[in-house]
Design a protein around this ligand. Structure first.
Ligand code: GDP
Length: 302
């Protein structure tokens, strides 16, 4: 079911990649340089990034006899294996080992933070956990309202402060309230105005300190949300968040709206942080736990 959603979400990217993979060997006894060039162009237009594209091409070149003998199926298999390996990152630490388990969700405005939080809340509640959502983006009233709608839909608790109030103070109150209610998990929606207000990173650091005072070890996770439709152009922003420290996982949203799904490889390579979830639509069900092998299959499968 989830694999099918992922497959659907990657359809546009797969189309870009599959055409040359299929065409390449048809009628060609060997993988010649012009064939490899065509594939490399497709890899680049799917946004896998120049390094990864080059590595994949080198690998095919050095196994060209094997690929020619096995045809497109052998080629797909080889590409899938390499992409899977490139996406593997050291295993995530177990979640929910303290209560409440506090996750910050960060990223620039519009990438899908609030939506992702809503989807996560619904999924965790479905697993029997109690969840509280905290609106720590106090600069956009609409963001808090949207989060409240998601909280109601998902059956999660909700905490917000007055508009324009100190996000750290809102967070403190939210965490106290979550503790008092014995919530299993808290998801914190943070402000994402990276370029309009310079000290966002300082504010996030302050929020981390505040969280740690209220709940031991919090934030236990900080997930950076990235919009796949922006492709590798979003890498600069991602780098900035990652540099500020503490990013433990990535969520790549809007894969369904782009042929640039290969950007997953570029971000993992660049940030060396595992992708935890991918967003493949606007519905509450459209968040899929990230699995490197399934993702690779979604890119190059038939
Ligand atoms: P935020 O500003 O980072 O909190 O972003 P929002 O959660 O408000 O999302 C911005 C827009 O992106 C909304 O219209 C969402 O419905 C949409 N969105 C979020 N995730 C996905 C996704 O995985 N696929 C698609 N197609 N749209 C998404």
């Amino acid at each position: 079911m989830l694999a099918r959603r992922l497959r659907g979400g990657l359809a546009r990217t797969r189309e870009v990649l599959n055409t040359p993979v299929g065409d390449l060997l048809r009628g060609r006894p060997t993988l010649d340089e012009s064939a490899l060039e065509t594939l490399e162009e497709a890899l680049l237009s799917a946004d896998l990034g120049p390094h990864t594209a080059q590595e994949l091409i080198d690998q095919l070149r050095s196994h060209s006899a094997e690929v020619a003998a096995g045809g497109p199926a052998a080629m797909r298999r080889m590409l899938c294996e390499q992409v899977r390996d490139a996406l593997e990152q050291p295993g995530a630490e177990p979640q929910f080992v303290t209560r409440p388990w506090v996750t910050f969700v960060v990223g620039v405005n519009g990438v899908g933070k609030t939506t992702t939080i809503g989807k996560l809340a619904r999924s965790w509640i479905g697993e029997g956990r109690s969840v509280m959502l905290v609106a720590a983006d106090t600069f956009r009233a609409a963001a808090a309202e949207q989060l409240e709608v998601w909280a109601q839909r998902a059956g999660a608790g909700f905490h917000r402060g007055p508009e324009g109030s100190d996000p750290a103070a809102v967070l403190t109150d939210g965490l106290r309230s979550a503790r008092a209610r014995g919530c299993d998990a808290v998801l914190v929606d943070t402000a994402g105005r990276l370029h309009t207000r310079g000290n966002l990173m300082a504010e996030l650091a302050k929020m981390s300190r505040v969280a740690g005072r209220e709940v031991a070890g919090a934030p236990h996770e900080t997930w950076l949300v990235l919009d796949a439709t922006v492709g590798s152009n979003g890498l600069n922003q991602a780098r900035e968040f990652a540099r500020s420290g503490g990013v433990t996982g990535l969520v790549l949203t809007k894969l369904d709206g782009t042929a640039r799904g290969g950007v997953a490889l570029a971000v993992v390579r660049e940030l060396k942080v595992p992708i935890r979830f991918v967003g493949v639509g606007e519905d509450v069900e459209d968040l899929v736990p990230f699995d490197p092998a399934e993702f690779a299959e979604g890119l190059f499968g038939e």
